[in-house]
Ligand binder design. Structure first.
Ligand SMILES: Nc1ncnc2c1ncn2[C@@H]1O[C@H](COP(=O)(O)OP(=O)(O)OP(=O)(O)O)[C@@H](O)[C@H]1O
Length: 221
């Protein structure tokens, strides 16, 4: 489902090269839920951004659904991201001027889906995360856990094959974090969506199928 071959990523500033990822090889099966762990600065977000096609590797290959993605033109990458990938962030990234349901619909605006169908799909996604009763609220009228559930509804509305989550429980206390994790596990079990999650929380990571540990840009387990 996801195949990463000999992936390297360096960042260059005026005077310094930082090798953020070194020779990463990784195979992730369809339906797997994996966590990426490791100390601050070891390259976790960089790896997630590579899989999310947000940034290009320095060299190496990334295949998702058997499609070779590195060096595709930006327009094709954006199309692939929109159709196949869903994103969840530590700080939710909801748009404060839009209602909950309008936030959830956003990914469909880039697809040819009628307004009526968009509404219907957004309502279904909000049902799945247990927040249909808050559809006309605005993000600042919700708790942190609820905001993250809205962000999850937005990430799943387009039925992506892969969900990429960068510390989805990082801004939540342990009770709310556990609830968000329960929801991700349920989505993984029921819709067979593949999930790649960065976390600092060992207890949360232990609930996933596999932990990938990074140290100084390399996989160590
Ligand atoms: N845009 C950039 N320009 C230069 N260096 C960068 C850039 N982004 C990341 N780095 C460097 O690459 C390395 C890996 O960063 P990354 O953000 O992937 O780490 P991380 O494991 O996600 O860290 P944290 O747990 O603190 O979020 C770090 O040394 C960082 O300073």
């Amino acid at each position: 489902m996801i195949k990463i071959e000999n992936l390297n990523k360096s960042y260059f500033t005026d005077t310094l090269e930082t090798q953020a990822l070194q020779n990463i090889n990784l195979d992730i099966e369809k339906g797997e839920f994996i966590s990426i762990m490791g100390p601050s600065g070891c390259g976790k977000s960089t790896l997630l951004n590579m899989i999310g096609l947000i940034d290009q590797p320095t060299d190496g290959q990334i295949f998702i659904n058997e499609m070779q993605l590195v060096s595709l033109p930006e327009k094709k990458l954006a199309e692939f991201r929109n159709m196949h990938l869903g994103f969840i962030f530590q700080s939710f990234h909801l748009i404060s001027d839009l209602s909950v349901i309008d936030n959830v619909e956003l990914p469909l605006l880039y697809r040819k889906v009628s307004a009526k169908k968009r509404r219907e799909m957004a309502e279904q996604a909000l049902e799945k995360v247990g927040l249909i009763h808050r559809k006309n609220h605005y993000p600042n009228q919700l708790s942190g856990g609820q905001r993250q559930r809205v962000a999850i509804a937005r990430a799943i509305i387009g039925q992506p094959s892969v969900l990429l989550a960068d510390e989805p429980t990082g801004n939540l206390d342990s009770v709310l974090g556990t609830q968000v994790m329960d929801l991700l596990m349920e989505l993984n079990n029921h819709s067979k969506v593949t999930i790649v999650m960065v976390t600092h929380d060992e207890a949360i990571a232990k609930r996933t199928n596999r932990i990938i540990r990074l140290f100084d840009g390399s996989i160590v387990n």
